[in-house]
Ligand binder design. Structure first.
Ligand code: FB9
Length: 508
């Protein structure tokens, strides 16, 4: 019979049963593993309406390994009692017995034995009673015999506390006849072969019903890290808005492009070891566009283009210092300088998403590196209003609609604004980025026309990813502590969809 002897036995028992049977009881009656009966139930279920099988979970008491051993050999205290001869036994010797330690205290508390501390050669243990009842063993044997219900709740919990008994949840099936029940099952075809078609035999052969709900075998495939899923979403948003990606393939940058070109003065706190990773080798950038550098030098030290500058002695050596870029705005500076060399000026929209490095104090949301997302728009007569407009369009595509702008300060933008959004899930205003209008002291030395202004904004990739995937500690997202399962199970990211609730313990 197709589905093996167990299934056949089960069907015959079902035939004989009134109303149904329990898989565990059937297994016990047939003296076989419950799993074998479960296997038969599952294969009969797959045949369609032959049987009904309702999963039930029944609690039952089982002996632990130690419980099994005591049911066989007797309780530790009983063994201690039995090991004491009428003339008593040195306590030290008794403690060396396998059940010595555990059994002694129980036998004492059962007042089966006593200790004569004043005995000549040290404490000596004597029997107090002639015989005793090994209740523990008796009760465990009752359970082993399937009569756990004969024990009272107190006795059961005492044995459970001594880890001799455990309550197990047994998942069993209550099997009953299905609408297509029969004890004889003909093998159901699972393939429609060319011969069946050519011979027409398919007409009278039973076919196993197709299970269209069956999960296909998950193809073994690579898994994108959630950060990369969110990065591609941000890329999509920028491309939809007509932005072009700036090259950012240089983690190492010169202080010139990372700071000086952005009109950030050489004594600015961000330019010291505490915030920036400087390089020992190669320590200095050799190639800098010297004519442009001279204009930057003059703007910093004397001003120009209507600015009074910073009036300090600007040093080329400081500008040559190599570092790990602290923002991708250095890439924006390079891109805007290249743009300025192309005459006549053409308006552009640039974006970048790449790693930046900051020598900051590490905490749950800050690592020494993160991914900066930056948008830059250069055109004639752009204003703060245009910046607010493009920020609204950008964040709306992120599913963020309620925005607030708070005046801020950046060395390279004036005016500058921090951007806040009201976060439904977190029920609070969250800072979602920073922005501003690049200063003329930055743009004009590059050679950009007077009436061209450039608006820009930046945010991180990690923060939105942590919020989208409900991750609270950045070390769960990035770094050696990441549990790869989180990456494998991380769902598709839809930025503009409602954020996922943080995974609850059992879901995790
Ligand atoms: O990403 C940030 N917050 C954020 C962004 C999106 C988001 O999405 C949610 C799904 C809904 C949630 C949060 N921030 C910027 C704000 C804060 O997290 C801030 O504490 C940390 N900032 C980083 C820098 O930390 C030192 C985030 C990072 C940042 C800050 C500023 C810029 C870029 C990244 C910039 C800029 C700029 C300004 C003017 C011109 C050009 C670039």
């Amino acid at each position: 019979m197709a589905d093996g002897p167990v299934a056949e036995l089960l069907l015959r028992r079902l035939e004989a049963s009134d109303g149904g049977l329990d898989s565990a009881e059937l297994a016990a009656e047939l003296g076989m593993e419950h799993q074998a009966v479960v296997g038969a139930v599952k294969s009969l279920q797959a045949l369609g309406e032959v049987i009904e099988a309702e999963l039930r979970s029944t609690k039952r008491w089982e002996l632990t390994a130690e419980g099994e051993e005591i049911a066989r050999e007797g309780s530790h205290e009983a063994r201690v009692f039995r090991s004491i001869p009428p003339e008593g036994l040195a306590q030290s010797e008794l403690m060396r017995l396998p059940s010595g330690k555990v059994g002694f205290s129980k036998a004492m508390s059962n007042k089966w034995i006593r200790v004569d501390k004043s005995a000549a050669d040290g404490p000596r243990v004597f029997r107090v009673v002639d015989s005793m009842e090994d209740e523990v063993q008796r009760r465990l044997q009752l359970v082993r015999g399937g009569q756990a219900e004969k024990l009272g709740e107190k006795e059961r919990s005492e044995l459970r506390k001594r880890k001799l008994l455990a309550e197990v949840i047994l998942k069993t099936y209550w099997v009953s006849k299905g609408s297509a029940f029969s004890t004889s099952i003909s093998k159901q075809e699972t393939e429609l072969s060319p011969e069946m078609i050519s011979s027409g035999s398919w007409r009278d052969r039973p076919f196993k019903p197709y299970n269209f709900l069956a999960h296909g075998v998950l193809p073994d495939s690579g898994h994108l890290h959630p950060l990369l899923k969110v990065r591609s979403q941000f890329r999509q948003i920028f491309l939809e808005m007509g932005f072009t990606e700036m090259p950012t393939d240089n983690f190492i940058e010169s202080s010139f492009w990372n700071f000086d070109a952005l009109f950030q003065p050489q004594q600015h706190p961000a330019r010291d070891q505490h915030d920036t990773f400087f390089l020992r080798d190669p320590a200095e950038a050799l190639q800098l566009p010297m004519d442009y550098v001279q204009r930057v030098k003059r703007t910093h030290s004397q001003g120009g283009y209507g600015s009074q500058g910073y009036k300090y002695n600007w040093k080329l050596d400081e500008a040559r210092k190599n570092l790990l870029r602290t923002h991708t705005t250095s890439a924006s500076a390079r891109a805007l300088y290249r743009l300025a060399q192309k005459k006549p000026f053409t308006p552009v929209k640039y974006f970048s998403i790449d790693r930046v490095f900051r020598n900051e104090t590490l905490d749950a949301t800050h690592l020494a590196e993160f991914h900066q997302i930056e948008g830059v728009v250069a055109d004639h007569g752009l204003t703060l209003g245009h910046l607010m407009g493009v920020l609204r369009e950008f964040f709306t595509k992120l599913g963020i609609t309620q925005l607030r702008f708070k005046p801020a300060y950046n060395p390279y933008t004036e005016p500058s604004m921090e951007v806040f959004s009201y976060h439904q899930g977190l029920k609070k205003w969250v800072e979602v980025g920073n922005s501003g209008v690049f200063r003329p002291e930055m743009l004009l030395p590059m050679g950009l026309p007077e009436n061209v202004s450039v608006i820009a904004w930046g945010l991180s990739l990690e923060r939105p990813t942590m919020i989208k995937y409900g991750i609270n500690n950045i070390r769960e997202l990035v770094g050696h502590k990441v549990n790869l399962q989180m990456v494998y199970d991380s769902p598709l990211c839809r930025l503009d969809a409602e954020p996922r609730p943080p995974p609850t313990q059992e879901a995790a």
